[in-house]
Design a protein around this ligand. Structure first.
Ligand code: SAH
Length: 373
């Protein structure tokens, strides 16, 4: 028997492990990991649980949900908002999440430009007239590189306890494998997509002909979308209502980048200063060596980062001030990666960190700090 399928001997209750809805969402997540789309739209997103899962995929920069029922989206849409940790440690990627209220039977320009469109257990909820318009909206108008459509396989229903006609009272139809595949192949042919069939929820051993409990079609667009003529057919008017929009804090935003760089510069400078002062104390305890004291880069361990040793990069003490050259701080990998260039580092910390008069070093007053301690 398949590992994700258990038939309880006496009750004949079939259980999928993990539950089927989770397997469907995991299927989409795996697809995202494989194709790395930047913009993903989930049509019929319901309680936003798939969108919530996808917000953790680091390749995604734009996530959109659409549902005809605003209330079901609103129930849990707050789970899509950034958490305090997202503000404390802004991500390098940008991420915008938007929820729209509307129907897949209508075209809206906000749905253009997506790489992946997911329709998980959606089509069987569509009225006949909506289902007719659906291919033109999704494949003709939105025309993403990839479309995933999942729907119940009616052939499996006889193995599911308590299913009389359909699995859910809102289902308008449920297709067997031949019906789904013929609709999908015709849709793919019409809009220049290829389609492959798979599914989740394996049938019991010996009953493989029944097929997966959930059947899935993965459609891949054959050619890049055509330019001008298609564009001119696209309606300018928005028909969906945006019910939620959130922009995650990102280092792509200068405001968050500046905060991150300032923290990292101060942190790095503190470490360097600490090493320098410890070394100096060692020398202070030894009067003979004290007179010869010259701080050098030797006092930094490799674990602090690979430092470029140049004469003008050496930290030094003058009176009550410790000077940590910005060039040294810039050579630390994290600071380097955040800023990219030395000029950018200088620009981002200007006026925010105490610098030497020529602006070449971060400056600490030892006496002042000792008092604080
Ligand atoms: N995709 C969800 C479950 C979908 S249930 C999941 O993976 O868990 C089907 C959803 O489609 C419902 O939330 C329903 O409100 C929505 N729906 C039904 N008709 C629709 C239409 N014409 N346009 C957009 N959404 C629709």
């Amino acid at each position: 028997m398949d590992k994700n399928f258990q038939e309880e001997e006496f009750t004949q209750i079939i259980k999928f492990t993990p539950p089927l809805h989770k397997q469907r969402h995991q299927f989409v997540k795996d697809l995202v990991e494989k194709y790395k789309p930047k913009k993903v739209a989930d049509l019929g997103c319901a309680d936003c649980s798939l969108l919530w899962m996808l917000k953790f995929c680091s390749c995604i920069e734009v996530l959109a949900g659409l549902d005809i029922c605003a209330n079901v989206m609103k129930e849990k849409m707050h789970t899509l908002s950034p958490l305090p940790v997202d503000y404390l440690q802004p991500s390098e990627r940008s991420l915008t999440v938007t929820l729209h209220h509307g129907s897949v039977a209508h075209k809206d320009p906000c749905m253009l430009g997506f790489d992946l469109v997911t329709c998980i257990e959606l089509i069987e909820h569509l009225e006949e007239s909506e289902l007719k318009k659906f291919p033109e909206v999704v494949f003709g108008f939105m025309a993403p590189s990839i479309v995933v459509i999942s729907t119940p396989n009616s052939e499996f229903n006889r193995l599911l306890p308590g299913v009389m006609l359909y699995r859910h009272p809102d289902h308008k139809f449920e297709w067997n494998q031949a019906q789904f595949q013929s609709w999908a192949l015709e849709t793919a042919r019409c809009y220049d997509y290829s389609v492959e069939f798979t599914g989740v929820g394996h049938p019991p051993t010996g009953m493989e002909k029944v097929g997966f409990c959930t059947q899935i079609g993965v459609f891949v667009r054959k050619y890049p979308p055509t330019g001008g003529s298609v564009q001119s057919e696209k309606p300018a008017e928005a028909v969906y209502k945006t019910v939620f929009k959130t922009v995650y804090p990102s280092l792509k935003d200068e405001k968050y980048l500046q905060n991150a760089v300032i923290s990292e510069v101060i942190f790095t400078a503190q470490i360097i200063k600490h090493r320098l002062m410890s070394k100096r104390e060692e020398y202070d305890d030894d009067p003979e060596r004290k007179s010869k004291f010259q701080p050098s880069m030797d006092c930094f361990s490799d674990s602090l980062g690979k430092l470029v040793v140049e004469k003008n990069m050496e930290p030094f003490v003058s009176g009550n001030e410790v000077y940590i050259p910005l060039a040294t701080i810039f050579s630390f990998p994290k600071v380097n990666r955040l800023c990219g260039t030395f000029e950018k580092l200088c620009k981002l910390i200007a006026g925010k960190v105490t610098l030497s008069s020529d602006g070449s070093a971060v400056m600490f007053n030892i006496e002042h700090e000792n008092e604080e301690n």
